[in-house]
Design a protein around this ligand. Sequence first.
Ligand SMILES: *Cc1c(COP(=O)(O)O)cnc(C)c1O
Length: 440
Amino acid sequence: MPSNHKLAADLLAKAKKLNQEDPLASFKSEFLLPQNVIYVDGNSLGPLSKAAKNRAVEVVEQQWGNSLISSWNVHDWINLPTTVGNKIAKLIGAAPNTVICCDSISVNLFKLLSAALLLSAKQAADDKTDARTLILSQKDNFPTDLYMVQGLGQLLNSGTQTKLELMSVDSKDITRSIEEHGHRIAVLMLTHVNFRNGDIHDLQALTELAHAKGILVLWDLAHSAGVLPLALEECEVDFAVGCTYKYLNGGPGAPGFAYVAERLLPDLQQPLSGWLGHKKPFDFEHDYEKAAGIEQLLCGTPSIISMSVLDAALDMFETISVSDLRAKSIALNDFFQSCVEQINASYSPSDSPLVLACNEQAQMRGSQISYKHPHAYAICQALISEGVISDFRSPDILRIGFSPLFLHFTDMLNAALILTSIVRTKRYTQPQFLIKNKVT
Ligand SMILES: *Cc1c(COP(=O)(O)O)cnc(C)c1O
């Protein structure tokens, strides 16, 4: 139809103009993306950069291969968790030496939740009040966050006394729960950006509110680090965790990070008291004595190959401000949404349309858009078969992520054209798109 051709031409002109005005456009060439792929899943696994690939070769061939064990000193492997931690600290508004790179979010949650409970119990003893037993979170938090609390509860509640209970509420009830149950809550544990719908919590306001009730606060930054401006130090956040394989492009299974406010480090105690968290690991003493600084969160030997690759991937962020990343992410998100809406409006209404499953305004969402559709899984598979890599989140969410470093506005238009066409023509009903993979 001519009207559709005119619309497509108008949108293409707009996309090209936006590309020209984009100060981050040239970063795409720093990545090794396959030809003919539009990668809108950088929020799940960031792509390979040239720097990361080169470092992978270097760390294996030169460092491990040639320098062998001396690399711990010669290539400073031993300090990699803090070197990388400090690069991440700059991206999340944390003070130097308050972030360490290690383990996964799940494991870091265990360490920090345990440490927070011990601090809270000590405070209650000092104040001669009852120990607080609740960890407050939200029902649709990422499951591992809730599971880790449940597992920790099983361990702690094995005696006669209940020492830990998970209280998970709807997002809209968090403030009220803090007001009503504040004196019983030890820790408020929330994910800054919701993984399904991209809702963003007011980190500063909730941290302040919790602190006013004597509650320690732990933020999960999985969908924020590297794409949303954060000011952990300024907001006086107590604890945070995050992963590095999403927007930080660290590679599959790259180690996560943990943040502890400087003021809490002296009295902190975490239960995974492995040798590398010891004050003097190479004195091989009998008794554990924790390191004074953020190194106390280390447990065992770090995965050097993976952490080195991450270290190289992070260098790209050195010259970019997070507010520029956020501005581009909103612009991509907004342009994609408006392309989908305008293309759909140019056809007669579809009998099974995509329904927005997130805030309507791009600036109110994390770096993603979510649509609800009964056949979301098959649509996602059909998209992948046509070169648009997105992901599906059970039960019915199609999630498109906007990683601002390697996406262009023309990619957004092309992805919108393919998505709307798949839904309109019902190409997703082909049987091969119904086969469920283990990873979605
Ligand atoms: C991706 C993600 C995780 C993943 O946890 P790992 O232990 O690193 O596998 C945890 N929490 C949230 C909110 C996430 O989005």
